[in-house]
Ligand binder design. Structure first.
Ligand SMILES: [Zn+2]
Length: 132
């Protein structure tokens, strides 16, 4: 997802359009409360307070998005990584490498990872995987 808009003038068309896309994304993919609120990533709320779409729009125009909030994990981005399969930090990082900003796979390197992990040859992966 394009995030360059967060650095534009908050009165600009680019900021407005990017913000609308972000809100669409957040309310589709993120955690939405029963009263239809998501965490507000503005500098004031800092992803602590839940707000409605309109409130978040106003907040982000007024004070801007947190600079440090570059992976929108509170709003659906890399959502799988919020449910780690175990407590190992390596696995969480591995997911983030594979998923791009839109949550799509950027590379099909899962077999490569398995090969590295288990020492399998690529042409044996599919055959032997179930026997591991
Ligand atoms: Zn806010």
């Amino acid at each position: 997802m394009d995030k360059s808009w967060v650095h534009f003038e908050r009165t600009s068309k680019e900021f407005h359009e990017g913000l609308c896309l972000f809100l669409n994304y957040a309310f589709e993919n993120g955690f939405v409360t029963e009263d239809n609120k998501v965490k507000c990533p503005c500098k004031e709320c800092a992803n602590i307070h839940y707000k409605t779409r309109d409130e978040i729009y106003d907040d982000l125009v007024t004070c801007g998005m947190l600079r440090s909030y570059t992976v929108w994990y509170h709003h659906g981005e890399g959502f799988r990584t919020t449910f780690p399969r175990n407590l190992g930090a390596e696995n969480i990082n591995a997911d983030q490498v594979i998923m791009d900003n839109n949550g799509e796979e950027v590379g099909d390197d899962i077999t490569g990872m398995l090969r590295d992990a288990y020492g399998l040859r690529a042409d044996e992966d599919m055959i032997n995987f179930e026997n591991i």
